[in-house]
Design a protein around this ligand. Structure first.
Ligand SMILES: [Zn+2]
Ligand SMILES: [Zn+2]
Length: 339
């Protein structure tokens, strides 16, 4: 299987937390949290049009400026999602600069903050110096399932969130591909069809929910010979494609270990292919972790085990353990594997 999402930490395990997700077949990416992110470079920062913020403690939000800077002259809409207070925080950041020469700039920043699952939506446009404009949101379009609620529904994937207790709400997120499309190259070959860019278009038609009787013309290249061919989507699916369960990624940072958080985290991360979970402390310092509303490595491992995830990635290590990163990883993995 050729996975649709490729994800990785924005920084090293001791650096500011954040996960970057590249979506194959499109020049699109998703970003979880806005800590220091200069390492991503301008191309990848620009590609991340949808950004999901856990909370606005400095280590999760200082990178807003880097994104703003690369996006400023671009005709695009940057979308931010996060907990209550996010609109004020974005406005505060924008108020930190002078905007008298950007009236020709086409950038729009859209911010959605969620109050017990219900969104509040605001826009800031460069063309008017980033004045706040609010828009009422129709609450009916949002789904919630227990504590989990949907923050973004795309033809290809869904992003759900849950509010965790970090003495303030800290949002944890899951990204779930609706389904996965795999191309059977052997069968294509047997039918005398080449692989190539036309298959990306086929996938796009399916993500966009086109019906089975949808007809399209594809341009095929076989040894530099160009050929146009007609296909029916349903027939294409039946002969050459396998549609299977999609990928799931979960992202959890800055939360205390208590019964309620644990239940929320386990239900959010259930069955994830990759579970990114903070583990700033070793379990010997569990009391300190609790006082600071953070998790220990063992707690991260136990929850990963309970949620039956496939891979666990721990990060957001406290600087007090500099040089002991392996100990944190080992503790998490032992709890995860039940050894
Ligand atoms: Zn925090
Ligand atoms: Zn943090």
């Amino acid at each position: 299987m050729n996975p649709s999402f490729s994800s990785y930490l924005v920084n090293d395990v001791f650096g500011d937390p954040g996960v970057y997700v590249e979506i194959r077949w499109s020049k699109r990416a998703l970003l979880f949290d806005l800590g220091h992110n200069d390492g991503l470079g301008p191309t990848r920062l620009l590609r991340a049009n949808e950004i999901f913020v856990s909370h606005t403690h400095m280590d999760h939000f200082i990178g807003f400026d880097a994104v703003l800077r690369v996006a400023l002259g671009r005709g695009k809409t940057l979308r931010l999602f996060g907990p209550p207070g996010l609109i004020d925080n974005v406005q505060g950041k924008l108020h930190g600069y002078t905007w008298n020469l950007v009236d020709g700039y086409p950038l729009t920043i859209e911010v959605q903050e969620f109050h017990q699952g219900k969104p509040r939506l605001a826009f800031f446009q460069a063309s008017n110096g980033f004045q706040l404009a609010e828009q009422p949101v129709c609450p009916l379009i949002r789904k919630s399932h227990g504590h989990l609620f949907t923050v973004l529904e795309d033809p290809m994937f869904t992003i759900n969130a849950v509010a965790l207790n970090h003495r303030i709400p800290s949002f944890a997120y899951s990204l779930e591909e609706q389904f996965h499309i795999n191309v059977n190259k052997q069968k294509l070959h047997e039918a005398g069809l080449p692989v190539g860019a036309w298959l990306k278009d086929v996938k796009q038609h399916i993500w966009q929910g086109r019906p089975d009787d949808f007809c399209f013309t594809a341009t095929l290249y076989d040894e530099h010979r160009r050929q146009e061919r007609e296909f029916v989507l349903g027939e294409m699916k039946e002969r050459f494609l396998t549609i299977s369960r999609g990928q799931k990624i979960a992202y959890v940072v800055d939360a205390r270990y208590d019964e309620e958080n644990e239940a929320k985290i386990v239900s959010l991360a259930r069955g994830a292919d990759v579970f990114y979970c903070e583990s700033p402390y070793l379990d010997v310092d569990a009391e300190k972790a609790r006082d600071r509303y953070h998790l220990t490595a063992r707690q991260a491992g136990l929850m990963a085990r309970q949620a039956q995830v496939r891979d666990l990635v721990v990060f957001h290590f406290s600087p007090r353990y500099t040089g002991q990163g392996e100990a944190l990883e080992r503790e998490a993995m032992e709890a995860f594997q039940g050894s």
